[in-house]
Design a binder for this molecule. Structure first.
Ligand code: AMP
Length: 192
């Protein structure tokens, strides 16, 4: 199995690049934001619980996220040749829990690919996406600012965590989708 984390701030292009990675490498996509939005749309208890955090751009509590990822892995592992984690882990406890979940299956994270995009570019991309995404958290300046702050305060330490394991690599995330994808592909090929 090849298990990769695609990392980066909101608006870095993780969703866009994940789609291309899945297509090329036939990995299973686990995007916690997408999973929460699905629960929200279906009106499940989990969706209702997550909504108040998502609406403000705050993180959903770790145990909720970890439980949801655990379930998704269990549902898909028999048919999966590896995972691309997108928007997860977002805290160091989530990273440690993911390592444990994988270890129990004799698996590990091969590497973390971090998309590096300047803050002004992030804000303009999120606002642009908000015109079509319908996401409440994409359409409000204060919520966008909060998501970037939460990323810096709570999520950036996850990069140090994987850097400490020599599993961190940074990719410049500005340019055409294809240019960025070819840099990501080169890194994935090194991890295989
Ligand atoms: P995203 O689509 O990745 O930008 O996620 C949208 C929102 O879902 C975030 O602002 C959080 O409220 C929530 N969320 C997604 N993934 C996580 C996670 N790994 N940990 C905590 N909250 C998350």
């Amino acid at each position: 199995m090849l298990n990769i984390i695609l990392f980066g701030p909101p608006g870095a292009g993780k969703g866009t690049q994940s789609e291309k990675i899945i297509d090329k490498y036939k990995l299973t996509h686990i995007a916690t934001g997408d999973l929460f939005r699905k629960h929200l749309g279906e009106g499940t208890d989990l969706g209702k619980l997550a909504q108040k955090y998502m609406d403000e751009g705050n993180l959903v509590p770790d145990e909720v996220v970890i439980g949801m990822v655990d379930e998704k892995i269990k549902d898909t592992q028999s048919s999966s040749s590896g995972y691309i984690f997108d928007g997860f882990p977002r805290t160091v406890p989530q990273a440690k829990a993911l390592d444990t979940l994988l270890e129990e299956k004799g698996e590990k994270i091969a590497g973390m690919i971090a998309l590096d995009v300047p803050e002004e570019e992030l804000k303009s991309r999120i606002k642009e996406r908000g015109k079509t995404s319908g996401r409440a958290d994409d359409q409000n300046e204060a919520k966008i600012e909060n998501r970037i702050k939460v990323y810096k305060d709570e999520t950036l330490p996850v990069a140090n965590y994987y850097d400490g394991e020599n599993k961190y690599v940074k990719v410049h995330g500005v340019g055409s989708i294809e240019e960025i994808f070819s840099k990501i592909s080169a890194e994935i090929d090194r991890l295989k």
